[in-house]
Design a protein around this ligand. Structure first.
Ligand code: SF4
Length: 491
């Protein structure tokens, strides 16, 4: 552990806003952090790419290299300022133990303009603090500031042809808000410096551990929370942190009488290890389906900077599907799948292959229809030549999630959830996502990005296999669950 001192960087300041213990741990015990997920790394890289684009709006700037020492960065900034450089990227300042870097510092008529670049589609509270701290330090160093701004992604931008950076990025002038928050910034700085001079603050775990992002010290702070604790159950039907504050750690400790409706049922089912089965409703649902049945699941990626024509920032682009077709009650399912080659616009090829494979009169079974229907709709808008057929597919979509969402089938192990990840192991115990390399959609997206960046044929082949395995399990899960419901309603 380094010697205690009040030094604060902008990153540390922002961590202090989330949790004082996080500030302390980040500064003095960084080795206790858990490994950063590939998704976090991607978000970081995206931030850097958006930052690089924003710099193009302020041409001919000079950059302060981040690999220099802080002293050198400050010295270089001062020399650029003296030289009259009009745009400085990563300008660095130090005031009263606080070090900040501004993404872009632009010289205006009445002073300097601060631009903080974010890959979000709008303003968040933490951005105000972020920019306000920069304002506090730069102004405190004796520089006049004309404006303080956020540069963020414009969610309505649609790409056609070359990327239009000035349309992709929106500049929001926050000067007034930033000036108003200066008193608060000063107070926070004082508080955080005191924290850094003292012993590790005692902060209990809570909802703040997940606010905006999952805290990197979660494994450390949560090490004594048992595996079966309610704190490890992500359930919207109970306020797990409120219950924890009341001393309740496991579901068995809950008093059912204090709950009503579904929540009461979830607790009752869990304690009694019950399975709820509404045969009439499930039968009705099954009777609304027909053969051939096509079980369909897409995997998608989304990215801040639209890569293809007709797409918006963060639009979900399908890069993979898995399709099982059952022609009649007694026939075996036939499997088809598609996965886009790396670094190509997958939409046309994916659509045309799907349309060759899926019988147009099929009952299309998905899990959570909102998602698949939206993807098909967006494909139909982009590919008008296939619009009619795609809309026909959408009309024939039936949602297998429905009986689980309505609790027509509820297994105590679902813990109030109707997600496929919870439903599958409860209904078909021999199937689960636990042992797989890719366990959810977010991991599938990360794997796809990794595959796009890779130049190793072996690595690409390995990722492809994992992706195919994952997406196939999602659709095979639907096939098995449906079969199970059919069997249960027959007895
Ligand atoms: S895990 Fe929670 S309590 Fe621990 S440092 Fe992070 S935010 Fe604070």
């Amino acid at each position: 552990m380094q010697e205690k001192n009040p030094f604060l960087s902008k990153t540390l300041f922002l961590k202090g806003l989330k949790c004082k213990k996080l500030l302390y741990l980040s500064k003095y015990y960084p080795n206790l952090k858990h490994e950063v997920s590939s998704r976090t790394e991607e978000l970081f890289e995206t931030g850097n790419e958006v930052n690089a684009l924003a710099k193009k709006l302020f041409q001919k700037g000079r950059e302060i290299p981040s690999n220099e020492t802080r002293e050198k960065q400050i010295e270089l900034t001062l020399s650029f300022l003296k030289e009259g450089v009009e745009n400085i990227y990563e300008a660095s300042f130090f005031l009263d133990s606080i070090f900040v870097r501004t993404d872009i510092l632009h010289k205006g008529k009445k002073g300097w303009n601060i631009y903080e670049v974010k890959s979000t589609t709008g303003l968040k509270d933490e951005h105000i603090y972020d920019i306000a701290l920069q304002y506090y330090v730069v102004k405190g160093c004796g520089f006049d500031i004309e404006s303080a701004n956020l540069v963020h992604i414009n969610p309505d931008y649609i790409r056609w042809g070359e990327l239009e950076i000035e349309k992709l990025l929106t500049i929001k002038d926050l000067t007034e808000k930033i000036i108003d928050s200066q008193k608060k910034i000063k107070e926070k700085i004082e508080i955080f410096k005191e924290v850094l001079k003292g012993e590790m603050p005692e902060v209990d775990i809570g909802g703040h551990c997940f606010e905006n992002y999952t805290c990197e010290f979660r494994n450390y702070c949560w090490k004594n929370i048992p595996e079966n604790s309610i704190l490890r159950i992500e359930a919207h039907w109970m306020d797990r942190f409120e219950l924890y504050k009341k001393g309740i750690l496991v579901l068995e400790d809950l008093n059912q009488e204090e709950f009503e409706g579904n929540s009461k049922m979830f607790i009752d089912a869990y304690i009694g290890k019950k399975v709820i089965f509404n045969k009439k409703n499930i039968k009705e649902f099954l009777e609304s389906l027909w053969y051939p049945m096509a079980f369909l699941d897409f995997e998608t990626f989304s990215y801040a900077i639209p890569l293809y024509d007709g797409t918006k920032p963060y639009q979900q682009i399908p890069f993979q599907y898995s399709l099982y077709i059952i022609y009649s009650r007694d026939s075996e399912p036939e499997h088809f799948n598609y996965i886009a080659p790396p670094r190509t616009d997958p939409r046309k090829e994916l659509t045309e292959k799907l349309l060759r494979e899926i019988p147009l009169e099929a009952c299309v079974i998905v899990y959570n229809e909102k998602f698949e229907k939206r993807i098909i709709n967006e494909l139909s808008e982009f590919l008008p030549e296939h619009r009619e057929k795609l809309l026909l597919i959408n009309n024939n979509v039936r949602d297998l999630m429905l009986p689980f969402k309505r609790k027509d089938y509820y297994h105590w192990e679902m813990l109030g959830s109707h997600s496929l990840k919870k439903v599958l192991p409860a209904v078909i115990p021999e199937m689960s996502y636990e042992e797989m390399d890719i366990k959810n959609g977010e991991m599938a997206m990360s794997a796809y990005f990794k595959m796009c960046k890779s130049n190793s044929p072996e690595e690409i082949a390995k990722i492809r296999d994992s992706l195919i395995h994952y997406c196939s399990l999602d659709t095979l899960a639907m096939v098995k669950i449906l079969k199970k419901l059919q069997e249960l309603t027959e007895n």
